[in-house]
Design a protein around this ligand. Structure first.
Ligand code: ADP
Ligand code: MG
Length: 332
C-alpha cells in the first residue's frame, strides 16, 4: 500500500537536520513552527511557487526541481540583504512516488544544508505537481535593500553574467542535449542558478536599492526605477556576457537574452558614488564579479520613452533600442 501523508512527511522531510539550529524552538510536527528572532533584526519573508508546465518542464529531474525551488527563494532574501534562516515547503503531488520523493527530498535537504537553512514545516497535498517554498531570513532593523531607494546619480551594477539562463532554457526546450562545455554551462545556469546571498549581505549599508533578476534586466531594473521614480542609462557594451553565451550566439541575440531573458538570479543594485570605493573593497572578498553597467538619471519626460524606463547607450553613445519586454505570466 502506498504511504500516507504523515508517513511521507516523516520519512522524507522530518529528518534530523545535521546542523542543530538553536533559533528553532519547535519544528515539523506541530501546528506551527516556533523560531526566535534576535532583538536587532527584522524578519524578511518571501514565497515562490513552481508549477509544472508553467515554471518547469515535466522532464526536469527531482533533484534540479528541489534545488531551484530553494535557490529562487533564497535569491529573494539575497536581494534584500537578508541572511536566510528557515523555510517551509508546500508540496502538491499527483501521487506518492517514492522513486521521485527520495531524490527530491535529498536534494532539497542538501541544498538547505549548504546554505545553513532549516526546514521547519510545510503542507502536503494531492494535485498537479507544484512546489511552493516560503523562506524567512534576518536583516538588521532598517537596513534591508529595497526597490524604492535608488537615487539619481547612483551607479547601476549587476553580478555575474546575464542571459545564460534564457539561452540554456532555449536549448532545453529545443530538446538539445548538451554536448560541449558551453551548452552544458548555459543549461546548468538555467537549472542551477546561484543565489547571491553573500553578495546581498555585503551590500547592506553600501547599495541604495537592489533586486534579483528573475524576469530579465529590462523588467527587473524597471521595477527599481518605477518604485524610485527615476530612469536609467544602460550601456549595452558593458553588459556582462559569458564566454559560453558569446561562443554560441551572436552579440545581438546575446544582448537580447541578457535584457529580456529571465531566471539569471543575479543581483542588480544601485550604489551612490560615495560608496563605490567601499564596494570595490568588499567585492575583493567575494568570488562573484560585479560590473557597473550604467547609472540612475532623473525620470525622462513622458513622451520620450515612458517616465521610468531605460535609455540605452553603446560605448557611451545613445542608441535607438527597444528590447522585448521581460516575462509576465498574464501578458500574451
Ligand atoms: P496541519 O493539519 O496542522 O496543517 P499538517 O498535517 O499539514 O498540519 O502537517 C503536519 C506537520 O508536518 C506540520 O508541522 C507541518 O508543518 C509539517 N509538514 C507538512 N508537510 C510538510 C512538508 N512537505 N515538508 C515539511 N514539513 C511538512
Ligand atoms: Mg496542513
Amino acid at each position: 500500500m502506498a504511504m500516507g501523508e504523515f508517513d511521507l512527511i516523516k520519512s522524507y522531510f522530518e529528518q534530523p537536520q545535521i546542523r542543530q539550529d538553536d533559533s528553532v524552538q519547535l519544528s515539523i510536527g506541530d501546528d506551527c513552527a516556533l523560531v526566535s528572532i534576535p532583538e536587532d533584526c527584522w524578519l524578511a519573508i518571501t514565497t515562490d511557487t513552481m508549477v509544472e508546465h508553467t515554471h518547469f518542464l515535466p522532464s526536469i529531474s527531482p533533484q534540479d526541481l528541489a534545488y531551484k525551488a530553494v535557490a529562487t527563494n533564497l535569491s529573494d532574501l539575497a536581494s534584500m540583504g537578508a541572511q536566510p534562516k528557515w523555510v517551509s515547503l508546500a508540496l502538491t503531488l499527483p501521487k506518492v512516488d517514492e522513486n521521485w520523493l527520495e531524490p527530491f527530498s535529498q536534494s532539497l535537504l542538501q541544498t538547505l544544508k549548504d546554505y545553513n537553512v532549516t526546514l521547519i514545516g510545510g503542507d502536503t497535498t494531492k494535485g498537479g505537481l507544484s512546489v511552493t517554498i516560503t523562506a524567512q531570513g534576518l536583516v538588521e532593523k532598517g537596513k534591508a535593500l529595497c526597490r524604492h531607494q535608488a537615487k539619481v546619480g547612483d551607479w547601476i551594477y549587476v553580478s555575474g553574467t546575464l542571459g545564460d539562463s534564457a539561452a540554456g532554457l532555449q536549448q532545453i526546450l529545443s530538446g538539445k542535449r548538451a554536448v560541449n562545455f558551453d551548452e552544458e554551462f548555459l543549461q546548468q545556469r538555467h537549472l542551477r542558478p546561484t543565489p547571491r546571498i553573500a553578495l546581498g549581505q555585503a551590500l547592506v549599508g553600501i547599495a541604495n536599492a537592489a533586486i534579483d533578476l528573475s524576469d530579465g534586466l529590462n523588467s527587473d531594473l524597471g521595477h527599481i526605477l518605477k518604485r524610485s521614480q527615476c530612469a536609467a542609462e544602460i550601456d549595452l557594451a558593458r553588459l556582462p556576457l559569458s564566454p559560453s553565451l558569446l561562443n554560441l550566439y551572436d552579440r545581438t541575440q546575446a544582448e537580447q537574452f541578457a535584457l529580456s531573458g529571465g531566471e539569471d538570479y543575479e543581483l542588480c543594485f544601485t550604489v551612490p558614488p560615495e560608496n563605490q570605493l567601499l564596494l570595490e573593497s568588499k567585492l575583493k572578498n567575494l568570488d562573484v564579479p560585479c560590473r557597473c553597467i550604467g547609472r540612475v538619471v532623473p525620470a525622462f519626460e513622458k513622451e520620450k520613452c515612458g517616465q521610468f524606463s531605460i535609455r540605452f547607450l553603446r560605448d557611451g553613445e545613445p542608441i535607438d533600442y527597444s528590447p522585448n519586454l521581460g516575462f509576465d505570466h498574464f501578458k500574451e
